[in-house]
Each structure stands twice: as C-alpha cells, then as structure tokens.
Design a protein around this ligand. Structure first.
Ligand code: ADP
Ligand code: ASP
Ligand code: MG
Length: 819
C-alpha cells in the first residue's frame, strides 16, 4: 500500500479535486492507496480568521457565510460534473460543520476565550470536508473509496495545536481499521489527530505532510508521496528564486534540514517517521503528474556539494549572557527547558566559546512569551547580576545551506560567507550542524531574500547578475546602451545576466522591474514619469531584490557626481567617465574611496583619462606592485590632439575648431576643451592616483585662448570671434616650424607639480607625432626609466569610451578578488 498526500494547493477547486481523483485512479490500478488530504486551499486560514474574529468579539457572520458559500459551490460543481454522485454524506458533513462553527464561534465570542482544544476542533474542519468531497468523487468514478476518521485513528501526544506523532498508538488503530473494511482507496484527513483521551489535536500548520508520514509509518507503506504544486524539492523556494534547480534525490537528513530551516514544501516533522521505517518519500506535482519528482530516501545520492538553500523568517534572536553562565553546569539546559515549558520551538543555538553567552532564535510571535519564561527562570540571577539583561534582536531570519556533500569539502563555508558579504548582508550569528550537513547564518529579515538570491547564484546558477542604472543618455550613454544590447547573447553564453533596469536623463527617469527593452528605450524614456534620485533608485533596488546594482553616470554633471557617496552607501557600484567627482575636493575624493571600501562596492572611472585606454588600471597595477610615479607627460585631449595636428598642416584655428566641433570631437562648447580645464582634470586624476594630494587649483593651466577672450559670449558668438586669434596662432606655428618644432598641448607632472601648456616639441620628440585625435601617455616610473611606459591610441569618441565604461561595468563582478 502507498500513501498519497494532496496539499491544499492541489485542492483549490473542483477541477483540482477531479484531477486528484484521476491521478488516484491511475495509481490505484496496481496498488491500494491511502489518501491523505489537506483542506481546500485557503479554508484553514478562513477558519483561523473566524476564531480570531470571535475571540475579539467582532462580527464573524459574513466570513462564515463566505465559507458556507465556498463549501456549497464546491458541492454544486461536483454534482454538476458527476450527476450520479452520491453527495448525501458530504451534505451532512457540511451542515454539521456549519452548525458546529456557529455554536462554537458564538461561545468563543461570548466568553472572549478560545481554549486550544476547541480551536483544534475548528481548524481541522477543512480537511474533513475534503475527505467527504473526495470520497464522493472517487465513488462516482467507480473507484471503491472509503473515508476513515482521522480523529479517532491518528494518534498523537502533546499540544492541542502542535501535537507529535504517537506511532505506537497509530499501529493499534490504522492497520486494523484498514483490514476491517476492504477498499481500493482509503481517504483520511491530514492535520487532525487525537490524543490518548480522544481529544482532537492538530499536527501544526502545514501538518498534513506529517499526517501522511505518520500514516505511512503506522501501516508500513511501500512509499509516501507528497503531491503539491511544484515538480519537487528545489534548490531554493521557486517562488523566491527564479532559476531554482529541481533536486532529483535527497537523503532523509538533507530533506530534514531543508524543511526544518524553512523549505515549506515539506513540514519539518515529516521525515522523522519515514526515516525510522526506511519508507521512501516522493515529492510530486499534481499539475504535472508525469514529472518524476524528488525522491527522498536513505541513499540520498547525487554528487552536488550543496543541495539547497532555505530560509526561515520572522524570528527573534535572544542572547542570554553574563558571568553566571561561565562554567556553571546546567545553565544551558535551564535556558532550553524554560523554552520547552513555554512550548516555544528554538530554531538555532550558538554559544560563545568562553561560555559567556548563549544565543538562540525563536519565532518572533513567541518573543514575549520567551522573554517572560526566561525572566521567570532566571529571576534571581538577573537581580544579582550573574546574568545580564537579555539582548534581543527582532525581525531576524536564518539562511541555511544544506547538503551531505559539504562534509568532505573545504571552502563551502567560506563561499557561503563571501556570498553573504557580496549581498551586503551582515551576519549576526552562525551555526553549523556538527554533521556538517548544514551551515546557517542569522541575518536581518530585510536582507534575507537578497542573501538567498546571491548564495543561490554562487552555488547553483553560476549566473551572476549586473543590474545597471544609467544616468545620462547623450552620445556615450546611448552608445553604451547599443553596445549592451548587441552584447547580450555573448554575455548569456558566458553566463552573465546584465540587465538595464533604469535609464535617466536630466528630465525623467525610466525604471522597469523586468528590465528595460533596449530596442526602443528613447520612446519609453520619453513617456517615463519619475525623476532621478538616490532614494528612488535604492527603493527600487530593495523592492526588486537586486543584488549587484551599478550606477553608470554618463553625464558630465557635478550634481550627479556629488551623489556618488550616497549611491555607494546605498550599495551601488559607481562606474563613470565623468571627471567631476575625482576632481572635486580632495576630501570628497577620499570619502568616495572609503565608502566604496566600507560598502564593498567598486568605484570605477577608467574612462576619465584616455577614454578606453587602460590608463588608470595600468597605473594602479604598477603602484600596487611597489612602483612609483616619477614624472608624466602626455597628450590627454582627443580634441586638442586633432586641433593641433591640423594647425600644423596650416589650417586656421577658427577653421579647425569649427571642423572639430562639426565632427563631434569637441564638447558642445569648444571653450571647454580650449580652456585646458578638461586636460587639467585628467592630469589631476592621474596625479591623485599616484598619491599626490593636490586640488584642481594647484594645476597650472595655460589656456589655448587668451584670458578673458569672448568671456560671457554664447557659443555662436565665441565661434564668430575666434578668427581674431587665427593670425597670432599661425605666427606661433610658423615660428616653431622655423625651429624644426611642432606645437602640442601637453599635460605634465614633474617634481610634484601638474602643468598643462602648449609646448613646442622637437620633431623627434615622441609626442610630436601624436595627432588626429590620438592620445599618448608617457609614464615615467621607478621601474620604467629611462624609457617610459607608453600608452597610445584613440583617447576620445563614443565607441571607445562606451566600451571602456562597459568593461568597467563588467569588472563589478570581480569585486571579491579585487577589494
Ligand atoms: P501544499 O498546499 O501542497 O501543502 P505548500 O504551499 O505547503 O503546498 O508547499 C509547496 C510550496 O512550497 C511551493 O509552492 C513552494 O513555493 C514552496 N517551497 C519553499 N521552498 C521550496 C523548495 N525548496 N522546493 C520546492 N518548493 C518550495
Ligand atoms: N490545512 C492545514 C494548513 O493549512 C494543514 C495542511 O494543509 O498541511 O495548515
Ligand atoms: Mg504544505
């Protein structure tokens, strides 16, 4: 005989009841079946609500008639599908239940009291309704089915609402009842049982799984099948983790740990009775009956190191501490005995090695009772200072990693905690089962989902995610989005999930929890309503449990740059080609680095100097290896490289500036380039990178334009005035030519000073050949001398800059190695 248990999710409607009946019919073809049923989905919750309303003295009649209608509808729909069905027993159960409810709820309301044994009678009614309905349906399908009374046949001990199995008691009742009445299918209610005195006791919420295990153990069933709404046990709750993996095999121990630490698919007590009699357990899907499901047995199997991750939420962590705990025998047992007396389950225990404190988790709901029990137990010790005041952390959760294979392996715990750090989750307490089958960490409830998500990514899916928020969609920003779109397939092949969740410009901010389709982002952005702010973005990140958010700033705005600290503090990486943050005050510069470090986030700005050329990274690499910057010279502006190259060919300053502007080589206002400030900022970034504590004012700048030239004029007016400078410039060029030299706009660091100036270079000078928008950087270091380290290539342009930004975005994945 096999036991098949169908949960509330499999019994939500008459269609579902019928599907279950069909499955049972197929299964009964070659075996006798004992069917354990839950209440129709939602009914137990309604019964809980009804008792709560009555207890509070509130009007429960509307909810009671809702329940009556639900029952009636199920019965009528069943009658419609099976016109010949014998429903009188069902009708009788319904009217009895409704009358009983009316009476008991009225009594509770009058007394404002609801004893647990009455509550147990009420909450178990739903399963008994399911039994009556299913028995009628099976018989209507010509399958001889017999209803068994769980209240008399399933025996338990302990609490009325949370009883434990009395297998020996069940062995006296169930096999005999079955032997006495032959049938193909026996139908029995889950969740309900009775104690030795015959009083109704419940097996705890979600307890029908446990009922099935008790029945299976008592009749020594060949198998116990738990039929639910998922294909089996997954590596994490599939409702929480999108790409959770189905587990084909689990050992009893693994299943026990997973369910104990919150995998709702199995009631935590289910495995005990099955393991005791070595009865295999299968988790199967009512909605997909042909799927093989998960097999839980003695052999476990599978070579996965870690089988699953589960989480237990709504907990409080209590710490009992004080000198009275040190070396005193029996203190720990008093702590836990007081919890047991108050019937509070303790889900994780840790003790400091000095024996000075014991911490443990209890359900948040039972915190007040737990506190009271401890205060009573240790009244004396608390008064005399042998124990300190209890320390309580509310709203906690436990995240657990489970797998038999962890035992033989090193590094699993390290990876677990590294993952928690990556999710920026603070670990409050840790416990490891001594069999090394599970490791658990207590974390704040609010961080629990992120913790599970990142651990799952690292242990199972190996698809790390990057969650991009782009601000600024000018030339570089738009190109970046196009590159991201083109690169999607490549990234998927390499198992990286890069999603753009937000795009903002100075006017609006577009956010989409599913990720923004990059094919028509401009149209979507135009219709967007929101505005860009740190608060809004971090709320979005929390709401969608994004674990690797990256702010990509493609503006040149000082305001946006001023918010990087807030973004880093809120857990964003910051990637940017915007030079404003790194050239703001030195204290802000330091603050950014400190915050990135503290929050384990990256601040990446490779493209602020030399666009896509690997300048910053190379310099950092050299400095990390103990090198030292001695001097630097270079052409750091793509636009000035172009302009000076053309000047050398004899083109007038005004003409080449216009040309550069038209080609998009300059900023919208070419004065931003010609003033030399852009180069000054780049130089400052390099100098600071090399450890110099300079401010922007410390950089000596020779502007291409005479001071005060076209001051206050519009861009057009400036362009119109520019020819006035042509002659002076062409003279300077010819003079240099006469000396065999060319003019170049050079940034220089030497002797601890930064200088930006137009320099006349001899033709053989390496920088003399750099033009046409090219950048060249000669880095003189302790190791690279007398021949400097030279980087050369396009130092401007949307494609190379965006590619550089893209590459920085990708580097947010490698943070663990690099922090
Ligand atoms: P039933 O009504 O059949 O008893 P439950 O809702 O009690 O069903 O349990 C099934 C649910 O358990 C699934 O829908 C799933 O969301 C949840 N669940 C939590 N953790 C896991 C897990 N590791 N594997 C599978 N399901 C899980
Ligand atoms: N119906 C009960 C509950 O909702 C038992 C169960 O479904 O397992 O808790
Ligand atoms: Mg369940």
């Amino acid at each position: 005989m096999r036991v098949l248990k169908f949960g509330g999710s499999s019994l939500a409607s008459v269609e579902r009841f019928v599907s279950v009946a069909t499955i049972v019919q197929q299964q009964a073809a070659d075996d006798t079946i004992c069917l354990v049923l839950s209440a129709p989905q939602g009914v137990t919750n309604t019964l809980v609500e009804l008792t709560d309303l009555a207890y509070l003295g509130s009007d429960f009649s509307a909810l009671l008639s809702q329940l009556s209608t639900r029952y009636q509808t199920l019965a009528e729909e069943a009658a419609a599908q099976f016109p010949g069905a014998e429903l009188s027993a069902l009708q009788q159960v319904m009217s009895q239940q409704l009358a009983q409810l009316q009476n008991q709820l009225t009594g509770i309301a009058l007394l404002r009291h609801c004893p647990d044994h009455i509550k147990a009678q009420i909450l178990g009614l739903g399963e008994q309704f399911s039994v009556a309905l299913m028995t009628a349906l099976l018989n209507a399908k010509q399958l001889p089915a017999l209803a068994l009374d769980a209240v008399t046949l399933v025996k338990s001990t302990g609490d009325y609402l949370n009883a434990s199995a009395d297998i020996a008691g069940c062995e006296q009742t169930l096999p005999q009842a079955i032997a006495a009445m032959p049938a193909k299918v026996y139908v029995i209610a889950g969740f309900v049982s009775s104690n030795a005195a015959g009083e109704t006791c419940l097996l705890g919420r979600n307890g029908s799984d446990y009922s099935a295990a008790i029945v299976a153990a008592a009749i020594r069933a060949a198998a116990c099948e738990i039929w639910t709404d998922v294909d089996g046990v997954y590596s994490a709750d599939p409702r929480q983790v999108k790409n959770a993996k189905l587990i084909d095999r689990l050992s009893y121990d693994e299943a026990m740990e997973l369910s104990y630490f919150g995998a709702k698919v199995l009631h935590p007590k289910t495995i005990g009775p099955l393991a005791r009699y070595n009865i295999p357990c299968y988790i199967k899907n009512t909605l997909n009956p042909t799927a093989p499901g998960t097999c839980i047995d003695n052999s476990g199997g599978g070579d996965a190191l870690v089988k699953g991750i589960s989480s237990l939420e709504h907990l409080a962590l209590i710490t009992v501490s004080g000198p009275g705990l040190k070396g005193v025998v029996g203190m720990a047992s008093r702590v836990f005995a007081s919890m047991a007396r108050a019937q509070i389950s303790v889900s994780l225990i840790t003790q400091s090695s000095s024996e000075f404190s014991i911490s443990f988790c209890v359900p948040q709901l039972h915190l007040a009772a737990a506190k009271k029990a401890l205060q009573q137990e240790f009244e004396l010790e608390l008064q005399t200072g042998l124990l300190r005041e209890l320390t309580i952390l509310s709203d906690m959760a436990i995240v657990s990693l489970v797998g038999d294979g962890m035992r033989q392996h090193r590094g699993v715990a390290a990876k677990f905690f590294a993952s928690l750090a990556q999710a920026r989750v603070n670990v409050v307490a840790i416990a490891q089962d001594s069999s090394e089958r599970s490791i658990s960490a207590v974390v704040e409830q609010s961080a629990c989902k992120n913790a599970v998500k990142v651990c799952h990514e690292n242990f199972f899916s190996h698809v790390p995610s990057i969650d991009v928020f782009l601000v600024g969609c000018g030339v570089v920003g738009s190109e970046l989005l196009a590159q991201i779109q083109r690169q999607q397939r490549f990234l998927q092949q390499r198992h990286v999930k890069l999603t753009v969740y937000g795009i903002a410009n100075s006017k609006t901010c577009l956010l989409n929890g599913e990720g923004i389709a990059l094919t028509d982002w401009p149209a979507q952005l135009q219709q967007a309503q929101g505005s860009f702010s740190v608060g809004q973005l971090s709320q979005f990140v929390q709401q969608h449990h994004l674990t690797n958010p990256v702010l990509v700033d493609c503006t040149s705005s000082e305001q946006v740059a001023a918010h990087y600290t807030a973004f880093l503090a809120a857990g964003f990486h910051v990637v940017t080609p915007n030079k404003k943050a790194n050239t703001a005050s030195y204290s802000y510069y330091q603050q950014l680095r400190a915050l990135a470090q503290q929050n384990r986030r990256r601040f990446l700005y490779e493209t602020t100097v030399g666009a896509g050329l690997p300048v910053i990274d190379t310099l950092q690499g050299l400095l990390n290896a103990g090198d030292e910057l001695l001097a630097f010279e270079g052409i750091l502006s793509g636009s000035l490289s172009y302009i000076f190259g053309e000047l050398e060919q004899g083109v007038a300053l005004s003409e080449v500036t216009q040309k550069a502007k038209t080609l998009g080589f300059t900023e919208p206002d070419p004065r931003d380039d010609l003033s030399g400030m852009d180069v000054a900022r780049k130089l400052l970034i390099l100098a600071r990178e090399a450890g110099m504590t300079l401010e922007l004012d410390d950089v000596e700048v020779e502007s291409v334009l005479p001071s005060g030239f076209a001051k206050g004029a519009s861009t057009e007016a400036f362009m119109a005035e520019l020819p006035e400078l042509d002659q002076a410039f062409s003279q300077r060029i010819s003079q240099a030519k006469a000396e065999g030299k060319v003019l170049r706009y050079i940034g220089e660091i030497s002797g601890g000073k930064c200088k930006v100036a137009i320099k006349a270079l001899a033709a053989e000078h390496p920088l003399a050949k750099v033009k046409d928008g090219e950048n060249a950087l000669a880095i003189h270091t302790r190791y690279y001398q007398p021949i400097p380290f030279v980087l050369r290539g396009y130092g401007a342009g949307a494609a190379v800059t965006s590619a550089g930004v893209f590459s920085d975005i990708m580097r947010t994945l490698g943070w663990q190695q690099q922090v």
